[in-house]
Design a protein around this ligand. Structure first.
Ligand SMILES: Cc1cc2nc3c(=O)[nH]c(=O)nc-3n(C[C@H](O)[C@H](O)[C@H](O)COP(=O)(O)OP(=O)(O)OC[C@H]3O[C@@H](n4cnc5c(N)ncnc54)[C@H](O)[C@@H]3O)c2cc1C
Length: 315
């Protein structure tokens, strides 16, 4: 028997929306609050997040990837979740996965495993709208209220940008519309074009700039970075990727933590804090969500969903 009556979510960005989604599926009531314009500017990640879940070789990422695969197969989170082919320009498969490509076109190799991606901004906006009536102006506290601080507590930030775009892969007759591209100029420079169904078909992005104090760039500065992206991608892809921007670039700040971060799913005095998850807040979100639900004494819907079309599991 639970010893609480209801839940309050402080923050309705990516993690807040994901927890809200899970609570709704479990029919658990909750309230939430967000910062108001009067609270001043606060850097956030969700508007700019590319939401990519790529196939990867480390244990934590495989756990997350398998759960996303399951959610996709069950149709949960459609239409915010996409699946696409994963093409890369590095010699070895990115992120430590030891596997050979299934096909090659020019500088691109195709992974045997698909990528998944979440349209994070669309999902957050939908979630805020859906739960508008449960919004409160401040944090709701009380002896029988479980408070989930659904925003991270960063010690520094990693700035980045993304922009909506249409990307065409000129190397193949079908132009592979449902494909995600992962390109590296060198160890430090990564460029990606992540597929999203429902359009605009891709989101492009690149930078990962460390900031102790969050700082926004001027629109001109960001636009120069986008131009640089296009020049570099033209060279890396040997002219095979054609990119047309369909909207303005958006800036975002990845919350970066350290080893003193709170452990997720652990309550202290009726308060649960979410960790800062850097560049992996989407990739690693589902194991975290399971911890949150377990801490509330509820089974996660991720366990009860029955997938129908599993692909070959990662080894
Ligand atoms: C450019 C970019 C690309 C990225 N790409 C990927 C990717 O491909 N794959 C991946 O896995 N991850 C990616 N990430 C990271 C991922 O988006 C983040 O890890 C994730 O969004 C963090 O979720 P969050 O809820 O902690 O923070 P946010 O999504 O930033 O949400 C925090 C929310 O809490 C609110 N808030 C803050 N303080 C308070 C307060 N005191 N009271 C009330 N509300 C508060 C904020 O207003 C905001 O709405 C990317 C991030 C960026 C910026």
């Amino acid at each position: 028997m639970q010893d609480w009556d209801s839940i309050h979510l402080e923050g309705m960005g990516w993690l807040g929306s994901l927890i809200a989604h899970e609570l709704t599926l479990r029919e658990i009531p909750f309230t939430w609050n967000e910062l108001l314009p009067a609270d001043g500017w606060i850097p956030t990640a969700w508007q700019a997040s590319s939401g990519l879940i790529y196939p990867s070789g480390d244990v934590q990422s495989i756990d997350g990837y398998r759960l996303w695969e399951r959610v996709h197969a069950c149709g949960h989170m459609l239409p915010y979740l996409s699946r696409s082919e994963f093409w890369y320009t590095t010699k070895a498969h990115p992120n430590g996965l030891r596997t050979a490509p299934v096909s090659t076109h020019g500088p691109f190799n195709q992974s045997p495993f698909p990528a998944f991606s979440v349209d994070v901004a669309k999902f957050v906006r939908f979630s805020r709208e859906l739960h508008w009536n449960s919004r409160t102006s401040t944090v709701r506290k009380g002896p029988r209220v479980q408070l989930i601080k659904a925003h991270s507590h960063p010690v520094r930030w990693a700035w980045g940008w993304t922009a909506p775009a249409i990307v065409m892969f000129a190397g193949l007759p079908s132009m592979v519309p449902a494909a995600t591209f992962y390109m590296r100029a060198n160890k430090y420079q990564l460029f990606y074009a992540v597929y999203r169904h429902g359009g605009p078909a891709h989101v492009i992005g690149s930078a990962h700039i460390g900031q102790q104090k969050p700082k926004a760039y001027t629109p001109d500065e960001v636009f120069r970075k986008v131009m640089d992206f296009q020049t570099k991608v033209e060279a890396i892809s040997e002219g095979m990727l054609k990119i047309a921007l369909t909207g303005a670039p958006v800036q975002g700040w990845r919350p970066m933590g350290n080893e003193t971060d709170p452990r997720p799913g652990v309550y202290d005095d009726g308060v649960m804090l979410m960790p800062a998850m850097g560049s992996s807040g989407v990739r690693h979100a589902l194991p975290l969500l399971q911890n949150v639900m377990a801490a509330l004494g509820c089974e996660s819907t991720l366990k009860i969903c029955e997938p129908t079309d599993f692909i070959t599991p990662l080894s």
